[in-house]
Design a binder for this molecule. Structure first.
Ligand code: ADP
Ligand code: MG
Length: 693
């Protein structure tokens, strides 16, 4: 047999046939290495080893003994195979019963030495083990007599198979190179990686398990810390245009607005404008609930850039959003005579005078500096666009912007290609401070934590199954009086990442059974971007009255005519995410409603939803999500652009702290990591795994 390698395909592994290989692949396990990194979700504690005379009903134990007898029979009532065995040691004997595993009577013959782990029961059969875990005493013990790993799996791949395979991949654990030098590990008291990889699967005891878990969590958190620290330092040494704050002009602009800025808006604007005065690039995240007024804050930054002859660019995640921003800024900057442009794959517009233009005309205006603000999609990065002098880059609803994208933009600035533009990222996702410190260490953060006065409250209600019909009646009335409705469906199954099936079913049901008289649309992440745009456009134009969607609808689109947000299986979403869905309605003049449908029997699940009723504050809800470590936390990480964790949690603060400390120490003495080739390699892999959208 060949030596197992990290990249050995699973189908080449000993005992793995085509069927098992396929099932492994369904779990995302393609190579031997993937099996090594498929960590247990929990453990059965079978470490209590005892003798047969000590057995009593209800305890969970392990015994070692000899098989005296073993045989199959059929239960006549239920068509079950029952395998019965008698096992004895020096102190006595005990009965074992297995259901529907008739092959066991062939696997074992009387005289075989066996280890049995499980729970004891007392009933009409007497005292016995029921379907315990078992294995021959001669081999390594992986199913019994220890902390036994239980893996995340699909129904058709058994724990025994998975344990067997992890046992098989154990040599890989031993051969894994630890990227952390011994001395550094000692400093922060971390277990060695090869050991951690063995102990995570087959821990000696709880204490070893804890150390293994800590080490493997550390490995996911550490690269983030190195990354953000390096990024921050690099930016500190990157030149940027210093854009002085024109107080007079800004004041006049603000005074002409039809409303007064909130204190939070003032503070955030001040922080941004102060940053832009520096000779190094701003790298700031502006967080604010839906409707908190981020746009006008951004406009102050653009105004000041334009004042000094610097162009601004604003990237939006979708064409429709770009278009909405274009309309908003065109109005906002009418008096200032700032020329706004729209550039997407399908649309090219300028604001003064407002008209559609050719690609050539638009590119020309961007190149000669006449276009002072260019709003668009990623098309701006792709197409042949060159700025005269780009001073400010804004990204809407995308939390991170890669160094590469930044470079791409910088290179687009003809006159000042050595200067990096200031960078501002906007988000309505409330990221709690605690989280931000660990995961956005390279970004400064401004928070608009206050809504403008006089906002209408969105009436929010938990809807139980028996109230569904009444809710549909209500929706029907709303649509008849001209309004529009969102219906959000969650993932049906965590492994079905996009949940397409569930929204499709709901779409079918609503359009054929519940609301056949209305025009209903369907939106989900597996649609191509063009089709998604098309659906949103039809909804915006009120050609679709009810839109069934997955959570892709989150991103800040403005549909003032939509008044009802109905969320199916609301308990499956994070509280902050529910709050974001709710923010999709109530953007016009009409009273709006949010219905949280839930069929959960769990009291705790329903109580959790109550928080969305009592709080209208996204940050509060995000903190609650974090406390409860619910599904919200996955959501938060996804937004950061970093790869999802296998084992670490966003709330692993002590380990995050450890990772931060070590990263700082290392970078202080060796910023380039030239003395640490293995850490460098690790960082390279990490950077490749970051996704920026
Ligand atoms: P978001 O933060 O979600 O992007 P917007 O910038 O789109 O929010 O602002 C939402 C609405 O609130 C806009 O119509 C805007 O004109 C208005 N607005 C912004 N700031 C204020 C304020 N201080 N007082 C009243 N209305 C405001
Ligand atoms: Mg917005």
């Amino acid at each position: 047999m060949e030596l197992i390698q990290f990249d050995t395909p699973v189908e080449k592994l000993y005992s793995v046939g085509q069927t098992v290989a396929k099932r492994l692949k369904n779990l995302g396990l393609k190579h031997a290495k993937d099996i090594l990194y498929h960590f247990p979700s929990r453990y059965e504690d079978f470490s209590n080893i005892t003798t047969i005379d000590k057995l009593t009903s209800g305890i969970r134990v392990t015994i070692k003994g000899k098989i005296d007898a073993i045989q199959n029979r059929r239960s006549f009532r239920r068509r079950l195979y029952i395998t019965e065995a008698i096992v004895s040691d020096q102190t006595g004997s005990v009965k074992i019963i297995w259901f529907n595993q008739p092959y066991l009577a062939k696997t074992f013959v009387p005289g075989d030495k066996i280890v049995v782990s499980g729970k004891l029961e007392m009933d009409k059969y007497g005292l016995h083990f029921t379907s315990p875990s078992y294995e021959k005493l001669s081999g390594p013990q992986i199913h019994t007599g220890r902390l036994v790993p239980v893996y995340p799996t699909t129904s058709r791949l058994t724990q025994r198979q998975l344990r067997f395979l992890t046992q098989l991949s154990k040599p890989l654990a031993r051969r894994t190179v630890d990227y952390l030098p011994y001395q550094l590990k000692k400093e922060v008291d971390l277990l060695e990686l090869p050991l951690a990889l063995q102990e995570i699967h087959f821990p000696r005891n709880e204490a070893w398990l804890k150390k293994a878990v800590e080490r493997l969590k550390f490995d996911e958190l550490f690269p983030i810390q190195i990354y953000t620290l390096q990024n921050r330092r690099l930016l500190e040494h990157t030149p940027a245009p210093a854009i002085p704050f024109n107080q007079e002009k800004t004041k006049r602009f603000v005074e002409a607005l039809p409303y007064k800025l909130t204190n939070a808006q003032r503070r955030s604007a001040w922080e941004i404008l102060k940053d832009m005065e520096q000779r190094r690039p701003m790298n700031r995240l502006l967080e604010g609930d839906v409707g908190s007024g981020k746009t006008v804050v951004v406009s102050l930054a653009i105004l000041n850039a334009a004042d000094r002859g610097w162009q601004s660019v604003m990237l939006a995640p979708t064409e429709i959003l770009a278009q909405q921003h274009f309309e908003t800024f065109t109005k906002l900057f009418q008096k200032q005579k700032i020329t706004v442009c729209l550039l997407t794959r399908t649309q090219k517009w300028i604001s003064r005078p407002k008209k559609a233009v050719s690609k050539t005309t638009l590119n020309h205006k961007i190149a000669n500096g006449n276009a002072q603000l260019v709003i668009g999609t990623q098309a701006i990065l792709q197409e042949h666009v060159v700025f005269k002098n780009l001073g400010l880059a804004i990204v809407d609803e995308q939390h991170r912007f890669g160094v590469d994208q930044r470079k791409q933009l910088t290179n687009k600035s003809r006159a000042h290609s050595e200067l990096s533009p200031h960078f501002l990222s906007l988000t309505a996702t409330p990221i709690p401070r605690t989280l931000a410190l660990g995961f956005y260490g390279d970004l400064d953060i401004s928070i608009i934590d206050e809504l403008p006065k006089g906002r209408q409250k969105i009436a929010t209600k938990i809807v139980l199954p028996h109230e569904r019909k009444a809710t549909y009646d209500f929706i029907s009335e709303e649509i008849q009086s001209g309004r529009q409705v969102f219906v959000i469906c969650p993932l049906i199954d965590p492994s079905d990442k996009l949940g397409v099936k569930s929204v499709r079913e709901e779409y079918e049901r609503l359009s054929t059974k519940i609301f056949p008289e209305f025009k209903i649309g369907l939106l989900h992440g597996r649609l191509r971007p063009e089709s998604r745009e098309k659906v949103m456009r039809e909804f915006l134009a009120n050609h679709i009255q009810l839109l069934v969607s997955t959570s892709v609808v989150e991103v800040g689109i403005d549909i003032p005519n939509a008044t009802v947000m109905l969320i199916e299986a609301a308990e499956r979403f994070g509280l902050a995410q529910l709050h974001q869905f709710r923010g999709r309605v109530g953007r016009g003049l009409y009273q709006s409603y949010c219905f949280l449908l839930t069929e959960t029997e769990s009291e705790a699940g329903r109580n959790r939803l109550q928080a969305v009723l009592t709080s209208q504050n996204g940050f509060e809800l995000a903190e609650k999500d974090l406390e409860m470590r619910g599904p919200g936390e996955l959501y938060g990480l996804k937004q950061s652009g970093f790869p999802e964790f296998r084992i670490a949690k966003l709330t692993d603060f002590p380990i995050i702290k450890k990772a931060q400390t070590l990263a700082k120490n290392i970078l202080e003495q060796d910023f380039e990591l030239s003395k640490y080739p293995h850490i460098r390699q690790k960082m390279k892999e990490f950077k490749d795994s970051i996704h920026w959208e």
